[in-house]
Design a protein around this ligand. Structure first.
Ligand code: CO8
Length: 258
């Protein structure tokens, strides 16, 4: 009997759907899953047919964190040698929009993976947190940095130091997720959002994603300079001409990605 693949994939129009598939361990993120996930995302990022990546977990868990079994007896030197954060850097470098479909637990590395995505569609049953403090460690893949930029110091400290789980509603009120949907619609709604985004001009999507992410890393004035360059660049694209002509002619645009 062969093992189930830890990632399932499907292409739905211009949307590449990737599903985390380790349900027995609540989609715990081990090194080989993260390597394969980064590789798949890079493959879709380079594929001109794909415009949006949809990353989904299962109904009970998006991902309950890094695989604790992999780390339980590791020394500092072994952890450093594994160099696992390279995989996370590869995901951070993906240029196409990533929509997350989150249901159930999004904890530790799972919450950090969610924060690597661009639009987070979240079931009302989601439980989101950074509980590393309960097992004698702390977040290591952005859970103190991206989280603090997303929700501010006071809330980030509460989440990281108490290890408590947030409800979907709380996460929405803090700006950690984009939309909360009824539990029976979490995946359908995320697919709908991904397909809707995939109708937009691909170069505009890429530039807009880069520019929004710059707000996390650059100063306001540097971010504004880069925003202006990216905005001007779009006037060299066929899709800008098509988009504006379609508006004037009162028809739907057909974007070519050029
Ligand atoms: N790693 C490995 N196995 C896990 C994990 C995990 N993170 N989470 C759950 N499992 C396994 C359980 O061991 C259990 O396996 P088994 O059936 O063989 O006993 C199975 O999944 C089901 O879990 P539970 O029986 O515990 O289910 P409950 O509904 O009782 O509880 C919880 C669900 C609350 C989610 C609970 O499982 C839990 O607390 N999980 C751990 C959450 C956690 O601490 N996450 C943080 C991990 S550390 C981390 O993410 C650091 C990231 C650093 C950056 C990334 C670098 C790699």
């Amino acid at each position: 009997m062969t093992d189930e693949p830890h990632l399932l994939t499907e292409v739905d129009g211009h949307v590449a759907v990737i599903r985390l598939n380790r349900p027995k361990v609540l989609n715990a993120l081990n090194l080989s899953l993260m390597q394969d996930l980064a590789g798949l995302m890079e493959q879709y990022d380079a594929d001109a047919h794909i415009r949006v990546i949809l990353l989904a977990g299962g109904e009970r868990a998006w991902a309950a964190g890094a695989d604790i079994g992999d780390m339980a007896t590791a020394t500092r030197a072994e952890m450093e040698q594994r160099d696992q954060f390279t995989q996370w850097e590869r995901i951070k470098a993906i240029k196409k929009p990533i929509v997350a479909a989150v249901s159930g637990f999004a904890l530790g590395g799972g919450c950090e993976l969610m924060m690597h995505c661009d639009i987070v569609i979240c079931s009302e049953n989601a439980k989101i947190g950074q509980p590393e403090i309960n097992i004698g460690v702390m977040p290591g893949a952005g859970g103190t940095q991206r989280l603090t930029r997303a929700v501010g110091k006071a809330v980030a400290m509460d989440i990281v130091l108490s290890g408590r789980f947030l409800s979907a509603k709380e996460a929405l009120s803090y700006g950690l997720v984009s939309r909360v949907v009824p539990r029976e619609h979490w995946l359908d709604e995320a697919r709908r959002v991904a397909k809707d985004v995939a109708k937009k001009a691909p170069i505009s999507l890429r530039h807009a994603k880069e520019s929004v992410l710059n707000a996390e890393e650059k100063t306001l004035s540097d971010g504004l300079v880069r925003e202006r360059q990216l905005f001007y660049d779009l006037f060299d694209t066929e899709d800008q001409k098509e988009g504006m002509a379609a508006f004037i002619e009162k028809r739907r645009p057909t974007f070519s990605g050029k």
